[in-house]
Design a protein around this ligand. Structure first.
Ligand code: GCW
Length: 670
């Protein structure tokens, strides 16, 4: 049967090789589980289903192993430890005991994660016998943020409409919700913000709280809590109050009552995500208050309930000389002023989810505040669902960036996981790329971005290349040569995209509003920060945004070690060059080419690399499902067409400033 992609990486098709299958059968003859909680029942159901499929024979669930051996035992053990260290609440361990494989952890959720780890082991054809492995999540709140609207559309979504069917809830629970929850659990995601940060107040109405509660009921057995994005002015819109001032007693009272109502319906409700005073959304500044006043009021409204407030730092306004600095200027001075239940959620870069950005200068600059790293999985600036772009390397690049906040090694990952500043809370969020498309993500390889996010959120030490191989084997094929070919495509794909769209540190030169395709010529009065010319600053001398002391001086927001890396145009890594420097067209770069020649070379070789992607995909064809092969092959054709569009638009536009010929061997024949 043709693979329609619906099962994602949770494919439990029978292992073709009989000897290989037999090897697993010997150690996976039954699943013994007390099954006394919904989470444990989910874990044992997944194992019997998964192993049953992979081994091609029933793997029964039993309440306890008794004297049986050769099976899998699920065990919640408050004392569970690994290598002499107590496991974290969600950490698991798998080990052999009396010829059984025990999956253990301190909570039933830990056992659920262990169950998926064991299945992954089989799906990627690793041995089970004698297995001894353990894993703790490094970050506590591993969140998916949906930008889904109440009317079923998804902001910046390219995979159909929202999977949430509000008009059917709470009565009908689409079976898809369960498959969604399984997919999330399999990669360790434990929190879901179900609605867009550009939020409708309606989600806080009694009617919708009932619907959200029904969804929470589906996600709970899979270890996920539900959170809501809230509309700041809800007390006015829903409550009929005259104000939404966070210091107003009636406003406080309204939010406290709303929290009580939410927790009554959803006892494990996770909390609130807030976009305030950003891109036209209302917020505390409308009343002369600051972000901390707003966030703290909500935190206090949560009161005794076990929830948190994630307050977004994605703010910028017209009239600044450099948007790069704005979030820092508004938030950094508030460090130390936030309630302990507040986390500040910061995008990976200072502008907006570009294909490559320097890390956001707030990381490392707010030691008293737990910061959430927000990355975008949906490919708003990365080719929607038509360009093959694997985001593992992008996310890893950010996580590995060294802020030098407390000396070398103070990476963004360690700021976020709380280890640099010893925070009690830690969180990471991915803006979801899924929708109602049969295969969830539109582009089949978009699934890898959902997958990689979860895996890195759990353990930021994992390598994106290993994750790419793992995903490929679970999702596409286990044939070794094809796995290598595809993992190689995935590994290169983001660099290729950068080369033909925004090489050398160019940024924000995409099409207006829709953010699709190139529009480097975009200029307009009023909101220069919504144009392209504001960011690339091309002129007869050169190209790029001077953010050193001779320019906006945004570079000064970083620690001196970072400034040293990026501060000198002669030594700045080329990937970041035009982020920080206005470079003469004729300047010789470390590659030996002038800026103009290097720019043109990158656009041309980048666009031609799509031909390489196509060749690789063709080489893997015999190992792939035909329908899936054809789907990606067709999308690659679109990608090639659009890579040429980017190349020609940008090279020809910048040529009007550089006034130089396109270098050989790329120059079109005359
Ligand atoms: O990247 C921009 C998007 C907006 C989005 C905003 C944000 C949800 O273009 O669509 O709004 O960021 O992150 O708030």
């Amino acid at each position: 049967r043709a693979d329609d992609g619906y099962r994602l990486w949770l494919k439990y098709d029978r292992i073709a090789n009989a000897a290989e299958r037999q090897g697993y059968v010997r150690v996976a003859q039954f699943v013994a589980s007390p099954g006394n909680t919904p989470v444990l029942r989910a874990a044992s159901a997944e194992l019997t289903r998964g192993l049953g499929g992979l081994l091609g024979q029933a793997v029964p669930a039993v309440p306890s192993a008794g004297s049986r051996t050769g099976g899998i035992v699920l065990r919640v053990d408050a004392q569970a430890s690994a290598a002499g260290q107590p496991l974290k609440a969600e950490g698991y361990r798998i080990f052999s005991e009396k010829n059984n494989l025990v999956i253990t952890g301190r909570t039933d959720r830990a056992v659920l994660y262990g169950a998926f780890a064991l299945l992954r082991q089989v799906q990627t054809r690793q041995p089970l016998a004698g297995l001894n492995l353990s894993s703790n999540p490094r970050i506590d709140f591993r969140m998916l943020n949906h930008w889904d609207n109440q009317n079923g559309t998804v902001e910046r979504g390219y995979a159909g409409s929202s999977i949430w069917k509000w008009y059917e809830l709470p009565e009908r629970l689409d079976p898809r919700y369960t498959d969604y929850a399984r997919a999330n659990a399999s990669i360790g995601i434990n929190g879901v913000v179900i609605n867009n940060v550009n939020a409708s107040a309606r989600y806080l109405s009694a009617e919708y709280i009932g619907k959200v509660a029904a969804l929470a009921g589906v996600l709970r057995p899979y270890g996920q809590r539900v959170y809501l994005s809230v509309f700041w002015a809800a007390p006015k819109v829903l409550g009929g109050l005259a104000t939404a001032d966070p210091l107003d007693p009636q406003v406080k009272q309204w939010w406290a009552a709303k929290s009580d109502e939410l927790y009554k319906a959803i006892p494990d409700f996770g909390g609130f995500l807030v976009k305030a005073n950003s891109e036209g959304e209302p917020g505390p500044q409308d009343y002369g208050r600051n972000h901390a006043d707003g966030a703290n009021m909500l935190a206090q409204a949560l009161g005794r309930h076990d929830g948190v407030v994630m307050w977004r730092a994605f703010v910028y306004k017209a009239g600044s000389d450099d948007r790069f600095k704005q979030a820092y200027e508004e938030f950094q001075p508030l460090d130390g002023k936030f309630d302990p239940k507040v986390l500040v959620q910061v995008k990976n870069g200072p502008i907006d989810f570009m294909a490559r950005e320097p890390f956001h200068p707030l990381f490392g600059a707010m030691p008293k505040t737990p910061l959430v790293l927000e990355v975008q999985l949906t490919q708003e600036y990365l080719g929607f669902a038509t360009h093959l772009v694997y985001l593992g390397p992008l996310i890893k690049e950010v996580l590995e960036s060294d802020t030098y906040a407390k000396g070398p090694g103070s990476t963004v990952a360690r700021v976020v996981d709380g280890s640099v500043d010893h925070h009690a809370l830690s969180a990471i969020a991915g803006v979801s790329n899924i929708g109602s498309d049969r295969n969830w993500t539109g582009h089949p390889v978009g699934q890898a971005n959902w997958y990689a996010f979860g895996r890195l959120a759990w353990d930021h030490e994992l390598s994106p290349a290993a994750i790419a191989r793992e995903w490929t084997r679970m999702t596409l094929t286990t044939e070794p040569a094809a796995v290598r070919t595809i993992a190689d495509m995935l590994g290169q794909s983001r660099s290729i995209y950068v080369r033909y769209t925004m090489p050398l540190g160019l940024h924000h030169i995409m099409g207006e509003s829709i953010h699709y395709g190139p529009q480097p010529w975009l200029a307009k009065a009023g909101r220069p920060d919504w144009t392209a010319v504001y960011y690339h600053k091309a002129d007869s001398i050169g190209l790029g945004f001077d953010r050193t002391a001779t320019g906006s001086n945004a570079l000064a927001l970083y620690k001196p070690e970072v400034q040293k890396q990026w501060g000198d145009a002669r030594t700045c890594p080329l990937n970041y060059l035009l982020w920080f420097h206005h470079v003469p067209w004729t300047q010789k770069l470390s590659t030996g080419r002038t800026l103009w020649n290097e720019l043109a070379t990158r656009y041309y070789t980048g666009a031609d690399s799509v031909l390489w992607l196509q060749k690789q995909w063709l080489a893997a064809r015999p190992a792939l499902d035909p329908a899936l092969y054809a789907d990606v092959a067709a999308r690659l054709q679109t990608q090639r067409k659009e890579a040429l569009w980017w190349r020609d638009a940008c090279v020809l536009y910048f040529q009007t400033f550089a006034r130089q010929p396109i270098p050989a061997p790329f120059a079109p024949p005359t």
